[in-house]
Write a protein that binds this ligand. Structure first.
Ligand code: PMV
Length: 325
């Protein structure tokens, strides 16, 4: 009973930042993202009598504390569905920087969901996998499908899942993952519980349905400019909410601002590039294929930028043959 899966991270365009149901992981609003390749999480899960307890290793380190609790809880959900009581060994490897604002919990829980459900011989459809991944980490439900994805908030667990609205080949948008060294000090889960203390939260939620409709239209029209404008507006609102929460959360580093300013300067010069910032200091920059090299060269020159990873729109989570142990 062993399987290996891989899943890409996703970059939120219409952002999610709060739950209506903590236990089920139901979000306050619908959100949207783009799946990012080639970077990914690969995860092997084996259920066996040989294991006395669950053990997980993430990037060659034994998972402990909160990470371990979340992984075991997720394995329990899958065991319950599959009617399996065996303990598991989980080995997970990421090939992109962790904990700095790139969605490693999204790709991680998407890969874990697919690998563990296959290893426990569950035969789940994309929708069921997305529902399950959501309970591990909200944004993980958007790393199950590929391309451009919408997660409809739903009213109950069964109708809160993500679906593709465009396949990876439909819009050739390039995504630059601009990594800034600062590790995030406050988890998304904690940040979300504070969001309601911001006076801006209500106004932001009131705009969400309109933002989802605008994004759907932008994707239909294959307009990278429109997609990028929505991601910028959403990023600024998300961080305004974080900064005005009580206690305040400041995820940005000075370099984050330098990157955002450079993107705005490039646009004034006629180079179409847009920023998107999730819960961290690192930045995603969306652009057209013809500007990818030029934009990444300019971003690399900014003081404090550690790495610029060049990415394309990626496919959904999938089973792979090569196990990690
Ligand atoms: O699902 P989590 O706990 O990784 O939270 C994701 C939060 C943001 O990345 C900031 C926004 C989003 O929609 O992904």
């Amino acid at each position: 009973m062993k399987a290996t899966a891989m899943a890409h991270p996703n970059s939120a365009i219409v952002k999610y930042w709060g739950k209506s149901d903590e236990e089920l992981g139901l979000p306050l609003n619908s959100s949207a993202s783009v799946t990012i390749a080639p970077y990914c999480t690969r995860t092997t899960v084996e259920f066996s009598k040989a294991y006395a307890k669950d053990e997980a290793f993430v990037d060659n380190e034994k998972a402990s504390g909160e990470t371990e609790v979340r992984i075991v809880k997720h394995l329990d959900r899958i065991r319950k569905l599959a009617g399996v009581s065996l303990r598991a060994r989980v080995v997970s490897l990421n090939d992109f920087p962790l904990g700095c604002g790139f969605g490693s919990s999204a790709s991680g829980f998407a890969a874990l969901t697919l690998a563990a459900s296959r290893a426990s011989e569950l035969d789940l459809r994309e929708r069921e996998l997305s529902i399950l991944a959501r309970q591990g980490s909200g944004s993980a439900c958007r790393s199950i499908p590929g391309g451009f994805v919408i997660w409809r908030k739903g009213e109950r667990s069964e109708d809160s899942y993500a679906q593709s609205i465009a396949e990876p080949g439909d819009i050739d948008m390039r995504i630059l993952m601009v990594s800034v060294g600062k590790r995030k000090e406050i988890s998304s889960a904690r940040g979300m519980t504070l969001a309601k203390t911001s006076p801006l939260m209500e106004a932001w939620l009131a705009q969400k349905d309109e933002r989802i409709s605008s994004l759907t239209k932008a994707v239909r029209q294959k307009s990278i400019g429109e997609i990028g404008s929505i991601s910028e507006a959403e990023s600024l609102c998300l961080h305004a909410i974080c900064m005005t929460s009580n206690p305040p959360i400041i995820y940005w580093a000075p370099t984050t601002l330098r990157i955002m300013r450079e993107v705005l300067i490039m646009r004034e010069e006629g180079i179409e590039a847009y920023f998107s910032v999730d819960a961290g200091a690192s930045v995603y920059v969306y652009t057209h294929p013809e500007h990818e090299i030029g934009v990444s060269t300019r971003l690399r020159e900014i003081e404090g930028v550690e790495r610029v990873l060049r990415c394309k729109v990626g496919s959904g989570a999938r089973i792979v043959g090569k196990h990690l142990f």
